[in-house]
Ligand binder design. Structure first.
Ligand code: SAM
Ligand code: SF4
Ligand code: FES
Length: 356
């Protein structure tokens, strides 16, 4: 078994290809240290030691969707809802630039309050700051994606979450996998740097299904892949709907962290030059999660640049890191952590440069 996975890892580090069965093999339990070490070496070879920082502004936690796993789902009456007004979003973006960020990411639930006109105004004002702009605001029409792109948005992040029809139908009621894929096609065709990704560890998800997800991300092909370990939120009905039992919480966290790292490392082998963030969810379930991820293939971090109580109210899942800290604190904290492992913060916008 061990020899088999060593062979697969060494082959893919050169060819950047893997079959579905080979991916499933690497996802299965067993020592993953060679996988992590190899993906770190591939990251170093193609991207060097620089880490890109993206300032995350979580501007609204209202959502018209009802994804079963997510704390922002519309039926979650326990969440304190907020919206940041357009002029204040622009102000936060200016502050983020002041902290030295070269990219701002605007993220929210699917909130119709922000009409196309409002978003276009926000985007054009932020683009005057000469920074890169990523949107992560969910499913929109082709016309809306085009209007945002024309206004200057550079990147769009829309996770596919899972490519498993059955899981998708169960966990994303009222939405469809087909439309999610269509949205990603539209985003790609409009020339955005296209970011997607998956949730890892959803109840009922198998390594075979994750292997298909990974190949889908390569098929798009994505410029950025964000891998989130699923974190159980007790304000959501996920276990009622999945029909599974909520298992030991600590064990779930450990398993989902380790599996997410594997997914990330495999993506690095398959797509050696793309941007891969060490995600906030990884650090939420493992106190050294982002650094471990940066040492296992990741090259991006998305520190929080939202201010005050809003951070706490953007509660996708419980225990989210950085809820009491200021944007200035997080900027310094993450820079120190990155420097402590001999890496440095990139001073440029960090667009995806294709090398293969
Ligand atoms: N509404 C937009 C969307 O869905 O694309 C952007 C905001 S949404 C909160 C961002 C991401 O949060 C989703 O793509 C999903 O993968 C992640 N997420 C939701 N619930 C989660 C959970 N319980 N654990 C980990 N990540 C979760
Ligand atoms: Fe809304 Fe996004 Fe959460 Fe789904 S994942 S409920 S679309 S915020
Ligand atoms: Fe926010 Fe460290 S990055 S406290």
């Amino acid at each position: 078994m061990k020899e088999k996975s060593t062979e697969i890892i060494n082959k893919s580090a050169q060819s950047h290809t893997l079959s579905e069965d080979e991916i499933a093999e690497l996802l299965k339990a067993g020592d993953a240290s060679l996988l992590f070490k190899t993906s770190d070496a591939v990251r170093k070879k193609y991207l060097g030691e620089e880490v890109h920082l993206r300032a995350l502004i979580e501007f609204s936690n209202y959502c018209k969707q009802n994804c079963v796993y997510c704390g922002l789902r519309r039926d979650n009456a326990r969440l304190n809802r907020y919206r940041i007004e357009p002029e204040d979003i622009i102000r936060l973006a200016k502050k983020a630039k002041g902290y030295g960020y070269k990219t701002v990411v605007l993220q929210s639930g699917e909130d119709p309050y922000y009409t196309t006109e409002k978003m276009v105004k926000i985007i054009s004002e932020i683009k005057k700051l000469d920074i890169a702009l990523t949107l992560s605001i969910g499913e929109k029409t082709y016309g809306q994606y085009k209007a945002f792109r024309d206004a200057g948005a550079d990147r769009y992040l829309l996770r596919i979450e899972t490519t498993d029809e059955e899981l998708y139908a169960k966990y994303d009621p009222g939405m469809s996998l087909e439309n999610r894929k269509k949205c990603l096609e539209n985003i790609k065709s409009l020339g955005y740097e296209t970011g997607s990704g998956i949730l890892v560890g959803l109840p009922g998800q198998t390594v075979e299904s994750i292997a298909k997800d990974i190949l889908y991300l390569k098929f798009i092909p994505v410029d950025m892949a964000g891998i989130g370990p699923f974190i159980y939120n007790p304000d959501t009905p996920i276990y009622e709907i999945s029909g599974e039992e909520s298992k030991d919480e600590q064990l779930n966290k450990k398993n989902n962290f380790e599996l997410s790292l594997r997914v990330m490392a495999i993506l690095r082998l398959l797509m050696p030059d793309i941007n891969i963030p060490a995600t906030t969810a990884m650090e939420t379930i493992n106190c050294n999660g982002r650094i471990t991820a940066l040492q296992s293939g990741a090259n991006v971090v998305m520190p929080n640049a939202t201010e005050g109580d809003y951070r706490k109210f953007y509660e996708i899942y419980p225990g989210k890191i950085c809820v009491s800290e200021s944007p200035a604190h997080c900027r310094l904290c993450i820079t120190n952590k990155i420097n402590s492992i001999g890496r440095s913060v990139c001073k440029h916008k960090g667009f995806h440069k294709r090398a293969v």
